[in-house]
Ligand binder design. Sequence first.
Ligand SMILES: Cc1cc2nc3c(=O)[nH]c(=O)nc-3n(C[C@H](O)[C@H](O)[C@H](O)COP(=O)(O)OP(=O)(O)OC[C@H]3O[C@@H](n4cnc5c(N)ncnc54)[C@H](O)[C@@H]3O)c2cc1C
Length: 315
Amino acid sequence: MNPKVAIIGTGPSGMAAAQALAIDGYSVTMYDKADRPGGILMYGIPHMKLNKNNIIKKADVLRNLGVKFILNTLVEKQEVASKISEEFDAVLIATGAEKARDISIDGRQLNNIFFAMEYLKDNTKHLLDGTPLEIDAKGKHVVILGGGDTSNDCVATAISQGAKSVKQLEIHSKNKERKKNSYDFDEDEIKLYESTAVKFIDEDGSVSKIVTDHVEFVRDENGSKLEFQNQHGEIEADLIFVAIGFLGPIEEGLDAFDIEIDKSKHNRDTQIFTTNKENIFICGDARRGQSLIKYAIGEGKMAAIAIEDYLEHKH
Ligand SMILES: Cc1cc2nc3c(=O)[nH]c(=O)nc-3n(C[C@H](O)[C@H](O)[C@H](O)COP(=O)(O)OP(=O)(O)OC[C@H]3O[C@@H](n4cnc5c(N)ncnc54)[C@H](O)[C@@H]3O)c2cc1C
């Protein structure tokens, strides 16, 4: 009988590994807590940037190769993980790095403050399923904390939904070398550079305004740090998205398999896909931190080779 491999996470790294393993004759089952395969390609990157039909087709290619998908299944409990470890000859963790960095300032608990990924997922589900929007920017003053690519995805989505105004708070100064984003809007018209939020203002339990500070990155012998200049500003904001980066994988997914990630080994400069458990492997953003699709795909392919080497020696 063909050796059986379970892959937790159906993003680009898990899919790339599944394809390589299935082509080589392994029996592959993929688990995901989401209702559709694709990871961030499905529920993070907006449809206007990455057509979801391409992801649906990719999943069909895998199904045709014999890959089985078990969706709507969160693998976070020890008993579920133990069952998978026992049933399969090898397990690949490809759960991404979706633990979002938060901001802890006055008013964070107010209504209408969401993580970027909650917003982007809601909009894609609305487009694909026709479900009503739970987070709708129409007619709202939208402010996005953070000035990177995820923030730009939120800007484009809010504009497409008919926001009244859209602003980004970016702690860095303008980077003249930064290439133009993939959308039609001009970041310079939307970004408030060297700015951060210091307080959310409450109106009947919901956010209505943000108090901002001017900030500067100061570099000294101890590295770089953010210096607050305390030049208070206030901007209207009745819908806020937090897009200030990701901290790594959600720990529960790793703890369930009782594996520990040694960050000095599992980072973008290494190609180590093994863990402290001989039958459990890890790849993609779960291993190296939030990154890019091309690296996720590359890691999935290389992790498949590592798994095949292990299974060939074992059997
Ligand atoms: C908003 C956004 C936009 C981006 N845009 C680009 C871009 O334009 N170009 C680019 O190159 N990169 C982009 N990136 C980065 C890129 O999408 C990621 O590097 C890539 O998707 C990582 O792939 P992955 O397979 O490791 O993880 P992911 O794509 O994160 O997939 C992980 C999967 O694991 C599932 N999962 C997690 N935990 C569990 C669990 N416990 N049980 C079951 N399932 C679980 C998740 O539901 C998800 O489907 C973007 C990232 C974000 C957040």
